[in-house]
Design a protein around this ligand. Sequence first.
Ligand SMILES: CC(C)(COP(=O)(O)OP(=O)(O)OC[C@H]1O[C@@H](n2cnc3c(N)ncnc32)[C@H](O)[C@@H]1OP(=O)(O)O)[C@@H](O)C(=O)NCCC(=O)NCCS
Length: 180
Amino acid sequence: MTAVATDAPVVIAPMRRRHLRGVVEIERQTNHRPWSHGLFAGELRMPTSRIYVVALVGSVVVGFGGVMLTTVEAHLTNVAVDPTQHRRGIGTRLMLVLMRGCIEREVDDVTLEVRLGNHAAQELYRRFGFAPGGIRPNYYADINEDALIMWAHDLRNDTTAARLATLESGLDGQLWTDGF
Ligand SMILES: CC(C)(COP(=O)(O)OP(=O)(O)OC[C@H]1O[C@@H](n2cnc3c(N)ncnc32)[C@H](O)[C@@H]1OP(=O)(O)O)[C@@H](O)C(=O)NCCC(=O)NCCS
């Protein structure tokens, strides 16, 4: 993987096939059941029901995330950041763009599953208004771990808009481009 300075500017862009090599490399490092290149490519062939984005430093992928849309609900399928780039706001940038994408598509509620022991991700999601909604026992059977189900409700309200604006105000530089 190309080395990236940890202070280089990061921008979020739509995920394209040309990003998949970098996406799969991060996926391999961050997910115990990594999605394949083919699985991501399949997701990109369903743009009406999916939103997939990447975090880029220049042309290098340093993170990615996606949601699956079903009527007025959405399911956050994945968010991951290059382990050398954690804790510099990239997860926050990805979530901001995904949540705004959901709101633009008139989604009211978003849900996700996260490993019960994954406190880093849970804390990121909590900042975006997600709250625990139940447990799926042994959901990650290969590692013998339960999933915490989280929900963010009523996205299209002033509280969510204010929350997203506050989170964005803490970030430097440009958030989004569709020019890559
Ligand atoms: C979860 C993940 C996406 C966060 O990405 P990130 O770019 O490091 O997140 P950010 O820098 O935007 O962090 C935002 C906030 O989340 C929380 N957070 C992030 N990592 C944390 C950690 N290791 N411990 C505690 N809180 C953490 C903090 O509140 C943080 O704000 P702060 O740095 O001001 O304290 C990243 O750790 C990752 O890729 N993990 C592996 C993949 C994964 O678990 N994905 C979720 C699958 S459900």
